[in-house]
Write a protein that binds this ligand. Sequence first.
Ligand code: RIB
Length: 309
Amino acid sequence: MAKRPRIAVIGSSNIDLTTFADRFPEPGETIFGQKFDLGFGGKGANQAVAARLCGADVFMVARVGSDLFGPAAIDNLRKIGIDTTHVKQIEGLSSGVAPIFVEPNGQNRILVVKGANDALKPADVDAAAETLKTADCIVLQFEIPVETVYYAIAFARKHGIRCILNPAPAQAVEMQALNGLDYFVPNESETEAITGTAARNVADAKKCTEKLLAGGIHRVIITLGANGCLLAGRDLSEHLPAFTVKSIDSSGAGDAFIGSFAGFLAEGIPEREAVRRANLYAALSTTGIGTQKSFYGRARFDAEWARQS
Ligand code: RIB
């Protein structure tokens, strides 16, 4: 590793309740599912875990609930080696939870109840400011209040810290707040919701990147599932294909991509190669069940990279 990167994730922590079923029940219908998995998730925590497993020093700024899940989620991050000094329990609120439904082809549908994630405020970014200033990269998503996300982007810009925003789940964005953002990384459905243009193939995704870049973002990476991703900036637009794997559960693949990409980039790997590595890291995560628990450690990933790249 060229340099040991330091990544800050300001974001969500959830408990994932993943159900595997052949199909979804119709309204008023009860059917049997095949399998159930309870695991630690949340887009923020997943991205933090991916970055940590890839070898970065990681710290999180997050909020969990005053229920059974809260202390367990903090303990899980600690055991993985993530600094949780700025992860706090909020009295009277539930932890974030996410019922996830996975179809036989590995495709997932996720419902998020934000709970304590919604209590993460701009003042909490200020409270963590001295630690945040030591980061090579700040990673953000949309499972916390959007005002906190915009505040953190402005903080990163002010202090010259690279910033990656994963606008998930999708919501309307204020393009002005994203002006100067280093990386904007949506998937197909988030791209469509934000730009108003479908991004179901590479050509359409290119049109979407043009809209987003016109708003002052430096780089856009649209993740396209089995089609890989599109990396675009004012000076480039390149489709990077996915790696072929036997996928059984795609939950958390986007998070695997973002967390690993943040780590690879911050350790000094050139951008294009960092994206290709993140593509493989994300693909490998779909070969296991669950979100964080399907992520590869660095040695295992490096062996696959050497084999597949
Ligand atoms: O991206 C997957 C994640 O989305 C899950 O872990 C779930 O908690 C939701 O945040």
